[in-house]
Design a protein around this ligand. Sequence first.
Ligand SMILES: *Cc1c(COP(=O)(O)O)cnc(C)c1O
Length: 390
Amino acid sequence: MKAIRSQNDLAINGAAPAFAEPLHVGKPNVANRDEFMRYAGDILDRGFLTNNGPLVRELEAAIADYHAVKHCVAMCNGTIALEIAIRALGLKGEVIVPSFTFIATAHALHWQEIVPVFADIDPESHLLDPDAVRAMITPKTTGIIAVHLWGRTSATGELMALAREFGLKLIFDAAHAFGCSYQGEKIGRFGECEVLSFHATKFFNTFEGGAVLTNNDELAEAMRLMRNFGFAGMDKVIHPGTNGKMSEISAAMGLANLISLEDLISHNKRNHEIYQEELSDLDGINLLPYDDKESNNYQYIVLLVEDGFPLSRDELIKTLHAENILARRYFWPGCHKMKPYSELYPHAGLLLSVTEDVADKVMVLPTGMSVKEEHIRLIASVIRVCSRTS
Ligand SMILES: *Cc1c(COP(=O)(O)O)cnc(C)c1O
């Protein structure tokens, strides 16, 4: 592997790239190929491909157990899981969400003719700010969807108190937070329910997939009906519904990935520590820390490029891309600046100054099973050389 010691070694200045093959953010973790193939063979032998099959039920039980929660309702993806949770809880009117999130959080509401009202985030945690939420509550507000962004859990206690005070339904978008905890308790039990995504790029993947975790029996039952057209038995429909079912092959991927969950967490944790070691002394570069008192999956290496760094965030990304290090902006420029919201609420940004500031500074670096220590040392050496630009 080549060494980066000076400006002259940078690909942007004409040298060969540091990596011959691109290093992606969110490269899927596929830990147990043989186990997956064995499950796939079993599925074909059984001829039971979908419709709440045995592997889906096994995966639901394992995920519920892992999060110490009563119900895991598996779905075809995280967005449909959010939509079904929103509908099952009867949300309408306005629902408060962060703008600094993946667009699906807002779309899941807009798709059902509910108005997503964007509230600002805390500058340190990047999570929904309970005071900002309070300021956005109107007589039309029926709920709050908080996002456990980067797998760091929301100001859960404060948001639950606020929801109680105003009689609002609280959902957590936990798409980043598989296995993460709040004050020592795994997510899944907080608010009305918590929604996971098992998309290929997420910490835990089932190709495409998602689930809702809850301790509420009635809510779980309603969502089980709604994900399967409202069927309560052969020829018997008792509820409106859609098709939100997870297939057996997705569940097979999930069961195979569950086997190496702890290895993946410790690998990601070690990667985060190496990044921290390498980058902590650089002015204008801030690596977002994880709280080691909590359970974390360490899936996101989040860097803030501040004013003290000689390059802008976008210039640094361009330099890294030339080296085949495909670092990415994330959630830029904020949901409120994307259509249809930018046209529906053109002035939303006036109350979202932290969101806009963070969205302009954040970048995410590669990690996961395929990223090794020497890769990180090399990535860091590129950033170090850039820090000496003047
Ligand atoms: C990935 C993601 C979703 C959507 O999940 P899909 O499984 O891709 O539909 C929703 N919210 C957040 C915060 C996400 O990161």
